[in-house]
Design a binder for this molecule. Structure first.
Ligand SMILES: [Fe+2]
Ligand SMILES: [Fe+2]
Length: 403
């Protein structure tokens, strides 16, 4: 039967190859270039259905025409389901074969065109994915540059503060650092920590708009006359006004404006109560008072034991959760002698304190010694260092000595 079909097909001007063994036929298909295959529903070594499965796996687009008899029609229909494009019932006329061949070639052409379109579509999707990834990488790069700009700007602001009053600048650095640790303990992350740290560093920047004598008094004995006190009460609002001009710092301005509000409503300037005060401002209120009274030459009598005073005021002046986190942070600080250890850049975690500068390969200081690391700083450092972080020299950080 194979030879007869081959002769018929050749009479239409096509070249043929005949094989009576299914395995051999599939091998021929794999190594040669064929436009169509005819297959008897029963081969000597395999059923026609098994042959179709093999051909579909080896040459998915090759059109297969089944040759069948009337008694095998149900098997022929199963062959169509498996991927044959048509069947011819024996005995057949040459014109039947010709019409099927032309349809088979048309099917193959359509399949090939569809396959090319699918390939083009896949390539376009891959192109789009590459563009999206390039866009994301650019956004990450701009974000790193932006955050570096923010941190540089904060450093400049604290330097300006130190020209006004060195003790006030030191107080601002401590409030920034301690607030950051409290924020980490309260589960703040990402931009929340960056904003909290910024608000801590800048919380008293409104003092720049006041007489330098007021800052000196507040950093030493806390005694102000009536006029000075009236002016002092405005430093929150003035600080917020200085910062709110920077669009990125709108929420930082809101925290600065409220950094002397107490949860029981006895703070200033608005007398806000409870959750009406932003969490970061509730943190600053407790840290601000603690540091102010710890560093004064003559703190008020009730603040001679600042930690006990903090506990007393938990739930009154201060948010109890903030006091608890602050006491935790103080306990960490007082946990005895600390040692300096080296850790890989990939092992840095928020709350670690740097024992030496982190520098880029060309020696530029990325983050300075003594800095308490936030998640954003760690991300920025990793971004600014080489992409192969595992090849970067270890970083020196402080940690408590194990008991
Ligand atoms: Fe203040
Ligand atoms: Fe302050």
């Amino acid at each position: 039967m194979g030879k007869r079909i081959a002769n018929t097909i050749e009479s239409f001007g096509y070249a043929t190859t005949v094989s009576t063994r299914a395995v051999e036929a599939v091998q021929l298909l794999r190594t040669g270039r064929y436009g169509l295959m005819t297959c008897d529903i029963e081969m000597p070594d395999m059923t026609g259905l098994a042959v179709i499965r093999l051909v579909r796996a080896a040459c998915p687009l090759l059109p297969v025409l089944m040759i069948t008899s009337n008694s095998e029609l149900s098997t022929a229909l199963e062959a169509l389901r498996l991927g044959a494009f048509d069947y011819v019932v024996k005995p057949f006329k040459p014109s039947d074969i010709r019409e099927k061949l032309e349809r088979g070639f048309a099917v193959a052409l359509a399949d090939e065109q569809r396959e090319r379109q699918v390939d083009k579509l896949k390539e376009r999707i891959a192109d789009r994915d590459r563009q999206i990834e390039a866009g994301r990488e650019e956004l990450r790069r701009l974000n790193r540059l932006f955050k570096k700009g923010v941190l540089d700007g904060l450093g400049i602001s604290v330097n300006i503060l130190s020209r006004h009053n060195e003790a006030l600048a030191d107080h601002s650095r401590r409030v920034g650092d301690i607030s950051l640790r409290v924020g980490v303990k309260l589960g703040l992350r990402g931009d929340e920590l960056l904003n909290l740290h910024a608000a801590g560093l800048l919380h008293d920047i409104g003092m720049l708009a006041l007489s330098p004598d007021i800052a000196v008094a507040m950093c030493t004995h806390g005694q102000l006359d009536r006029v000075e006190k009236t002016a002092y009460l405005r430093h929150c609002e003035l600080g917020a006004q200085i910062v709110e001009g920077i669009e990125r710092f709108q929420c930082v301005a809101a925290v600065i404006a409220a950094h002397h509000e107490y949860v029981d409503g006895t703070g200033f300037p608005m007398g806000l109560v409870g959750d009406a005060i932003p969490l970061s401002a509730r943190i600053l209120a407790a840290v601000e008072d603690l540091d102010t009274f710890r560093s004064m030459n003559r703190p008020p009598d009730e603040w001679r034991d600042p930690v006990a005073r903090l506990q007393d005021e938990a739930g009154r002046r201060y948010d109890p959760a903030v006091v608890s986190a602050l006491l935790d942070a103080l306990a960490d600080e007082a946990a005895g002698p600390r040692e300096v250890v080296e850790v890989a850049v990939t092992e840095l975690i928020p709350g670690m304190k740097l024992a030496s500068d982190i520098c880029s390969r060309n020696g530029m200081v990325l983050v300075g010694e003594g800095q308490l690391l936030s998640a954003d700083m760690i991300e920025r450092v990793r971004g600014l260092l080489d992409t192969d972080l595992h090849a970067t020299p270890p970083v020196r950080v402080e940690r408590a000595v194990a008991a």
